[in-house]
Design a protein around this ligand. Structure first.
Ligand code: GDP
Length: 140
Protein backbone atom coordinates (compact mmCIF):
# COMPACT_ATOMS: atom_id res chain seq x y z
CA UNK A 1 0.00 0.00 0.00
CA UNK A 2 1.26 3.50 -0.82
CA UNK A 3 2.23 5.96 1.91
CA UNK A 4 -0.57 8.22 3.09
CA UNK A 5 -0.69 11.12 5.54
CA UNK A 6 -2.45 11.86 8.78
CA UNK A 7 -2.60 14.77 11.18
CA UNK A 8 -1.43 14.57 14.80
CA UNK A 9 -1.43 16.87 17.81
CA UNK A 10 0.76 16.41 20.86
CA UNK A 11 -1.60 17.93 23.43
CA UNK A 12 -0.86 20.37 26.30
CA UNK A 13 -0.69 17.64 28.97
CA UNK A 14 2.26 16.16 27.05
CA UNK A 15 4.14 19.40 26.29
CA UNK A 16 3.72 20.40 29.97
CA UNK A 17 5.42 17.16 31.04
CA UNK A 18 8.18 17.54 28.40
CA UNK A 19 7.01 14.46 26.48
CA UNK A 20 7.23 15.79 22.91
CA UNK A 21 10.25 13.60 22.17
CA UNK A 22 8.91 10.54 23.97
CA UNK A 23 5.61 10.70 22.07
CA UNK A 24 7.30 11.37 18.73
CA UNK A 25 9.59 8.37 19.32
CA UNK A 26 6.53 6.12 19.75
CA UNK A 27 5.02 7.50 16.53
CA UNK A 28 8.28 6.88 14.66
CA UNK A 29 8.65 3.39 16.09
CA UNK A 30 5.12 2.66 14.82
CA UNK A 31 6.35 3.32 11.27
CA UNK A 32 5.24 6.93 10.93
CA UNK A 33 7.51 9.69 9.64
CA UNK A 34 7.16 13.31 10.78
CA UNK A 35 7.03 15.34 7.54
CA UNK A 36 5.87 18.59 9.18
CA UNK A 37 5.94 19.79 12.78
CA UNK A 38 5.46 23.04 14.66
CA UNK A 39 4.87 24.06 18.24
CA UNK A 40 2.02 26.54 18.58
CA UNK A 41 -0.33 27.98 21.16
CA UNK A 42 -3.83 27.44 19.78
CA UNK A 43 -6.23 30.36 20.00
CA UNK A 44 -9.75 29.78 21.30
CA UNK A 45 -11.11 30.39 17.78
CA UNK A 46 -8.70 27.85 16.30
CA UNK A 47 -9.61 25.20 18.89
CA UNK A 48 -13.36 25.83 18.52
CA UNK A 49 -13.06 25.51 14.74
CA UNK A 50 -10.91 22.41 14.94
CA UNK A 51 -13.31 20.63 17.29
CA UNK A 52 -16.45 22.04 15.61
CA UNK A 53 -18.01 18.56 15.26
CA UNK A 54 -18.07 18.33 19.07
CA UNK A 55 -19.74 21.73 19.57
CA UNK A 56 -22.92 20.21 21.04
CA UNK A 57 -21.13 17.76 23.34
CA UNK A 58 -21.17 18.48 27.10
CA UNK A 59 -17.36 18.48 27.26
CA UNK A 60 -16.84 20.97 24.40
CA UNK A 61 -16.08 24.02 26.56
CA UNK A 62 -13.68 22.06 28.76
CA UNK A 63 -11.99 20.55 25.72
CA UNK A 64 -11.39 23.98 24.15
CA UNK A 65 -10.07 25.31 27.49
CA UNK A 66 -7.73 22.33 27.77
CA UNK A 67 -6.43 22.56 24.20
CA UNK A 68 -5.63 26.26 24.67
CA UNK A 69 -4.11 25.80 28.15
CA UNK A 70 -0.55 25.37 26.89
CA UNK A 71 1.55 24.74 23.81
CA UNK A 72 0.72 21.93 21.41
CA UNK A 73 2.81 20.36 18.66
CA UNK A 74 0.91 19.91 15.40
CA UNK A 75 2.37 17.36 13.02
CA UNK A 76 1.83 15.74 9.66
CA UNK A 77 2.72 12.05 9.74
CA UNK A 78 3.40 9.90 6.71
CA UNK A 79 3.42 6.13 6.42
CA UNK A 80 1.67 3.09 5.07
CA UNK A 81 -2.02 3.37 6.02
CA UNK A 82 -1.09 6.37 8.20
CA UNK A 83 -4.55 7.11 9.67
CA UNK A 84 -5.12 3.56 10.97
CA UNK A 85 -1.50 3.11 12.01
CA UNK A 86 -1.61 6.30 14.07
CA UNK A 87 -4.99 5.44 15.66
CA UNK A 88 -3.52 2.08 16.65
CA UNK A 89 -0.43 3.49 18.35
CA UNK A 90 -2.52 6.26 20.01
CA UNK A 91 -4.86 3.81 21.77
CA UNK A 92 -8.47 4.34 22.88
CA UNK A 93 -9.79 7.83 23.73
CA UNK A 94 -10.13 6.86 27.39
CA UNK A 95 -6.69 5.69 28.60
CA UNK A 96 -8.39 3.21 30.91
CA UNK A 97 -9.55 1.36 27.79
CA UNK A 98 -6.32 1.76 25.81
CA UNK A 99 -4.23 -1.27 24.88
CA UNK A 100 -0.91 -1.87 26.61
CA UNK A 101 2.00 -0.11 24.93
CA UNK A 102 -0.11 2.57 23.25
CA UNK A 103 0.69 6.27 23.70
CA UNK A 104 -2.47 6.94 25.70
CA UNK A 105 -1.98 3.89 27.91
CA UNK A 106 1.60 4.90 28.68
CA UNK A 107 1.22 8.68 28.94
CA UNK A 108 -2.39 9.96 29.10
CA UNK A 109 -3.69 11.56 32.29
CA UNK A 110 -7.45 11.31 31.62
CA UNK A 111 -10.10 10.94 28.90
CA UNK A 112 -9.66 14.66 28.19
CA UNK A 113 -5.91 15.11 28.80
CA UNK A 114 -5.13 12.14 26.58
CA UNK A 115 -1.76 13.26 25.15
CA UNK A 116 -2.45 12.97 21.41
CA UNK A 117 -4.96 13.71 18.67
CA UNK A 118 -5.08 11.72 15.44
CA UNK A 119 -7.34 12.07 12.41
CA UNK A 120 -10.07 9.42 12.09
CA UNK A 121 -10.26 9.23 8.27
CA UNK A 122 -8.23 10.16 5.18
CA UNK A 123 -10.80 12.85 4.39
CA UNK A 124 -10.54 14.44 7.84
CA UNK A 125 -6.74 14.11 7.76
CA UNK A 126 -6.62 16.32 4.66
CA UNK A 127 -9.02 18.88 6.21
CA UNK A 128 -7.02 18.97 9.47
CA UNK A 129 -3.64 19.20 7.70
CA UNK A 130 -4.96 22.14 5.65
CA UNK A 131 -6.28 23.78 8.85
CA UNK A 132 -2.76 24.12 10.31
CA UNK A 133 -0.21 23.81 7.49
CA UNK A 134 0.63 25.51 4.22
CA UNK A 135 1.76 23.08 1.49
CA UNK A 136 5.33 24.40 1.59
CA UNK A 137 5.59 23.58 5.34
CA UNK A 138 5.25 19.86 4.58
CA UNK A 139 8.47 18.26 3.40
CA UNK A 140 8.23 14.53 2.73
P1 GDP B 1 -10.43 10.82 19.72
O1 GDP B 1 -10.67 10.75 18.24
O2 GDP B 1 -9.96 9.50 20.30
O3 GDP B 1 -9.50 11.95 20.11
O4 GDP B 1 -11.83 11.09 20.44
P2 GDP B 1 -13.10 12.06 20.10
O5 GDP B 1 -12.99 12.59 18.71
O6 GDP B 1 -14.32 11.32 20.48
O7 GDP B 1 -12.92 13.26 21.16
C1 GDP B 1 -12.06 14.33 20.93
C2 GDP B 1 -11.37 14.68 22.20
O8 GDP B 1 -12.32 15.18 23.15
C3 GDP B 1 -10.71 13.51 22.94
O9 GDP B 1 -9.43 13.17 22.45
C4 GDP B 1 -10.63 14.03 24.36
O10 GDP B 1 -9.54 14.95 24.52
C5 GDP B 1 -11.95 14.80 24.46
N1 GDP B 1 -13.03 13.96 25.01
C6 GDP B 1 -13.66 12.91 24.41
N2 GDP B 1 -14.61 12.39 25.19
C7 GDP B 1 -14.60 13.12 26.34
C8 GDP B 1 -15.37 13.09 27.55
O11 GDP B 1 -16.26 12.26 27.73
N3 GDP B 1 -15.04 14.03 28.49
C9 GDP B 1 -14.06 14.97 28.32
N4 GDP B 1 -13.82 15.85 29.29
N5 GDP B 1 -13.33 15.03 27.19
C10 GDP B 1 -13.58 14.12 26.22
Amino acid sequence: MAATRTFSIIKPDATRRNLTGAVTKMLEEAGLRVVASKRIRMSREQAEGFYGVHRERPFFKDLVAFMTSGPVVVQVLEGEDAVARNRQVMGATNPENADEGTIRKVHAESIEANTVHGSDSDENAQIEIDYFFKPEEIVG
